[in-house]
Ligand binder design. Structure first.
Ligand code: C2E
Ligand code: CA
Ligand code: CA
Ligand code: CA
Length: 279
């Protein structure tokens, strides 16, 4: 072992080397991308039981000058690791508040709710509440139209401070959804104490809900739990009418997915709402 021990670090691992280089490259590009305003928000409709659009979820994309549109799955994990998720999250909030302020001036759009994903890292910043309130104030956006989507991993941290922050924002009119419900750590005891308005049923349970009895049972349980806590349920990843009807029979309240619309530019989303006055 001693003989090759000394040489171990000279062994060339092309794949490791490539991955490492990729990370270094990606982090540098990500910093630049944030500075150069290469991020975009896409908007995906959320509908109620009647299929009426009640709002949208804002989903980030990275419009890279050479590599084209990059999905969040490819850069959010690195953004989390490097802390870049914090400035990125601020940008998302500012962009969302700017959009909400615009909607507020248009009677056809003023009722829409805008949901924004917040990473745990971002939420844990000591000045998170102040940052959200500042973004709202900067654009004069109505806090009542803003929903923050938080994940269960939040509950691994100091629950008292989570409650405190949520309560402060709730006091200003901001709403909360629990994202990816059922995929992570959940403590029902804590859930009861947190001021959530809705539970989002993760796409992984919705995908096979028609053919997988386990998934159907999980969804049924989530909806029953939400009902007992007086929370709305939002099913994500609804791709077919059959899925929607099945979820509706289980008592689901709201829906989001390709069946209703893919994430798209703000203008495309707004065009779905604004009544057409064509003769
Ligand atoms: P998420 O919050 O669970 O968002 C739902 C994901 O499902 C989105 O992927 C959406 O495009 C996709 N989706 C919606 N309907 C359907 C459907 O019917 N079928 C299928 N197959 N997929 C559907 P996306 O946009 O790639 O985002 C992935 C994740 O990245 C999000 O998962 C969220 O965790 C994160 N993310 C997105 N935008 C932001 C952001 O601004 N900030 C933070 N912190 N995270 C974000
Ligand atoms: Ca989400
Ligand atoms: Ca999800
Ligand atoms: Ca998520």
């Amino acid at each position: 072992a001693k003989q090759d021990g000394g040489n171990a670090c000279h062994v060339f691992h092309p794949e490791l080397e490539a991955a490492l280089h990729d990370r270094v490259w990606l982090e540098a590009e990500l910093r630049k991308g944030l500075q150069d305003a290469q991020m975009r928000l896409l908007y995906q409709p959320q509908v109620d039981a009647e299929g009426t659009i009640i709002g949208a979820e804002a989903l980030i994309r990275w419009q890279h000058p050479e590599r084209g549109m990059i999905s969040p799955g490819a850069f959010i994990p690195l953004a989390e690791e490097t802390g870049l998720i914090v400035p990125m999250g601020h940008w998302v909030l500012a962009e969302a508040c700017e959009r909400l302020a615009r909607w507020a001036t248009d009677p056809a759009l003023a009722h829409l709710q805008l949901s924004v994903n917040v990473s745990v890292h971002q939420f844990q910043q000591h000045d998170f509440v102040a940052q959200v309130l500042a973004a709202l104030a900067d654009y004069q956006a109505p806090p009542e139209r803003l929903t923050l989507e938080l994940t269960e991993s939040l509950l691994l941290a100091n629950v008292e401070s989570v409650i405190e922050k949520m309560m402060q924002l709730k006091h200003h009119g901001v709403s909360f959804s629990l994202d990816d419900f059922g995929t992570g750590y959940s403590s029902l005891a804590y859930l009861k104490r947190l001021p959530f308005n809705a539970l989002k049923i993760d796409i992984s349970f919705v995908r096979d809900v028609l053919v997988d009895a386990n998934d159907a049972a999980i969804v049924k349980t989530i909806i029953a739990l939400a009902d007992s806590l007086q929370l709305k349920t939002v099913a994500e990843g609804v791709e077919t009418l059959t899925q929607r009807d099945f979820l509706a029979r289980l008592g689901c309240h709201h829906y989001q997915g390709y069946y209703y619309g893919r994430p798209g530019p703000a203008e495309d989303f707004e065009a779905l709402i604004t009544p057409s006055y064509a003769p």
